[in-house]
Design a protein around this ligand. Structure first.
Ligand SMILES: Nc1ncnc2c1ncn2[C@@H]1O[C@H](COP(=O)(O)OP(=O)(O)OP(=O)(O)O)[C@@H](O)[C@H]1O
Ligand SMILES: [Mg+2]
Length: 242
């Protein structure tokens, strides 16, 4: 079954900035799907449209059998989002931040405890958000995204700025969430991360999807041993000079 179906999706900012130029793809239920591509390629724009925080200019977007933007109120109830720039309430503690999101979805205090435990932030529950290190802020962002028991979670660069061990902890969390049947839609610039985690990857370049395959198939296409090398070879073919 497909959790997300996108057909000929366009996003034009203002009058002329074509951020998405007719992208088509679908995401299978329960998979970890990664959207890769250079800075400015259109990843965040795609994530925002699929998670109902931005209206598309044109095209079909179906999430969990519902149409965006028409059914966005219902879609939002079923999806979690880790935004590229997560802003927690800086003067609230970790548990207060979580409680805010859990309550929004009609949950209970015991769910806050479960999330704190699951994401490994229990010892910081009384710490104000602003006093957390970057890695723990990311963990809180992930915990908040899970507050409504989502069926799909969109994570826009969830491991940026994390030390290698923290990144691995986040990978474990992502795998754990997926093991419960949740679909994960990821964006990342860390190709080792995409290779390890993803069932499939799509590469977006200047607003168009230029590849969609398993990491292994992309590596085979360019006869490379790692997804990063294959990606760099692809960028060379595309003439990317950035
Ligand atoms: N609100 C906006 N108004 C005008 N242009 C925008 C707006 N938001 C994004 N863009 C432009 O749309 C294009 C795609 O941006 P987007 O943020 O989706 O890229 P991205 O792939 O997420 O990049 P990054 O890897 O740097 O996060 C870029 O050229 C960006 O400058
Ligand atoms: Mg982005």
């Amino acid at each position: 079954m497909q959790t997300v179906i996108v057909e000929d999706l366009w996003k034009v900012y203002g009058r002329r900035k074509e951020a998405l130029r007719g992208i088509t793809f679908s995401v299978n239920s329960g998979e970890i799907f990664s959207l890769l591509g250079p800075n400015g390629a259109g990843k965040t724009t795609t994530v925002k449209i699929l998670s109902c925080t931005l209206a598309p200019t044109k095209g079909k977007v179906n999430v969990l059998g519902m149409e965006a933007p028409k059914d966005c109120v219902r879609i939002r109830e079923e999806v979690g989002i880790v935004p590229q720039e997560f802003q927690g309430f800086s003067d609230l503690t970790v548990e207060e931040n979580l409680w805010y999101f859990v309550k929004l979805y009609g949950g209970t205090k015991s769910q806050v405890d479960e999330l704190l435990e699951k994401i490994g932030v229990t010892e910081y529950r009384k710490t104000k958000f602003r006093n957390l290190s970057g890695g723990f802020k990311k963990r809180v962002a992930i915990a908040c995204s899970l507050a409504g028991d989502p069926k799909i979670v969109f994570m826009d660069e969830p491991t940026v700025g994390l030390d290698p061990r923290s990144r691995r902890s986040v990978w474990d969390i992502i795998r754990e969430v997926r093991s419960k049947g949740v679909t994960i839609f990821l964006t990342t610039h860390y190709l080792d991360e995409a290779q390890r985690l993803s069932d499939r990857v799509a590469v977006i370049y200047e607003g168009k999807i230029v590849r969609l395959s398993t990491p292994q198939d992309l590596m085979s296409e360019f006869k490379k041993q790692s997804l990063e090398e294959a990606y760099l070879a692809l960028m060379e073919v595309l003439g990317d000079v950035s």
